[in-house]
Design a protein around this ligand. Structure first.
Ligand SMILES: [Zn+2]
Ligand SMILES: [Zn+2]
Length: 344
């Protein structure tokens, strides 16, 4: 689908992944093309990519730059294979580039850190091994590739036809970027802002200490952009960016309130909190309980609860102590009846 002359949206299927697959964007330049995100490394996704590139009048060999919004498998998986075919340069934010080896090459060290973190946050001993390895199937969907160029944010990426400003928007991933085309009033928003679902933001060994705080700050960065159209990496193209930002902020405040409700019952681990609040799944967008989450969703849920608890600790709403190696959160005194971020 041609969004604007010279900007094609490629809709790639992800078997076993998000239901609508992933959107990659093929962008014309004066000498070849820029491809934003790649899909993951399976034959089906690769075939769909090749076919759609050809249908849009280009060929894989003409790709000059492969820009990756972040290194999750659905965005980065095929980058190495496409570079082999085209000779294109792979461009990634430096914070995500720093995680390629630990996530996709020598993964045991990271899995051990994740297991330790989960245990400290109350995940029972017998559940830890299942949660530790819950993402292994996705590791195989990436052909690990060293980037050719690292970004910090603030750069301009030009194709000769379009000029994109690189916006560093950490939170969903420490090196997540968005691209903004000022003259076209287009924002390519990656997983940072999507029209229907909210991006996973979890505390992770590689996330930094306050990923949710980072995420909400990154959202505010975008609020005043003049964007007529937002091109996300999943779901549909949309307008009214600031309204969507409001909805996402409201979602996180609601989750804060749910967590505070749980902590009113006394000190809890992040695991206990995660078991007691509703979670949204693609299959049940209205919210579901802990018992219907699979291992990966449970791991993401605990990490998301951890991110909320740490963000509230930094804001002084909750306190943390670690008796006998287990992290317990409780409401800070005086905060028992306050709801954070209540607009009234
Ligand atoms: Zn992602
Ligand atoms: Zn994604």
């Amino acid at each position: 689908m041609e969004i604007r002359p010279g900007i094609h949206r490629l809709e790639l299927p992800l078997e076993g992944g998000p239901p609508g697959g992933v959107n990659c964007y093929l962008i014309r330049g004066t000498d070849g093309y820029l491809l934003l995100d790649t899909g993951w490394n399976t034959p089906d996704t690769f075939d769909a990519l090749s076919r759609q590139v050809e249908e849009s009048g280009a060929s894989l060999k003409q790709i000059r730059q492969i820009v990756v919004t972040h290194i999750h498998p659905d965005h980065f998986g095929l980058a190495g294979r496409l570079r082999e075919l085209s000779g294109a340069r792979i461009v990634v934010h430096k914070n995500d580039a720093a995680c390629i080896r630990s996530r996709y090459v020598e993964i045991d060290g990271l899995l051990d850190k994740i297991a330790r973190m989960l245990k400290e946050n109350g995940v029972p001993e017998d559940e830890v091994p299942g949660l530790r390895t819950a993402s292994l199937a996705f590791v195989k969907l990436v052909l690990p590739a060293e980037p050719d160029e690292l970004l910090s944010g603030g750069e301009k990426l030009s194709t000769g036809v379009f000029e994109f400003e690189v916006l560093w928007t950490p939170g969903h991933s420490a090196g997540q970027i968005c691209l903004y085309e000022r003259s076209q009033k287009l924002l390519l928003s990656g997983d940072h802002v999507m029209p229907l679902t909210t991006a996973h933001v979890g505390l992770h060994p590689e996330s930094g200490p306050d990923p949710l705080g980072d995420y909400l700050k990154s959202l505010e960065l975008l609020r005043h952009l003049e964007a007529e159209l937002v091109l996300p990496a999943h779901e549909h193209v949309f307008t009214d960016l600031s309204r969507r930002i409001d909805e996402i902020v409201a979602h996180h405040r609601k989750r804060d309130r749910a967590i505070i409700g749980v902590l009113r019952g006394g000190p809890r681990t992040a695991f206990q909190v995660a078991q007691r609040i509703p979670w949204m799944l693609d299959s049940s967008p209205d919210g579901t309980g802990w018992s219907s989450l699979n291992s990966l969703d449970r791991r993401l849920a605990v990490m998301e609860a951890m991110a909320h608890l740490e963000a509230m600790r930094i804001r002084g709403i909750v306190r943390r102590r670690t008796p006998s190696g287990m992290i317990l959160y409780r409401l800070a005194s005086g905060n028992g009846s306050q709801t954070p971020g209540n607009p009234n």
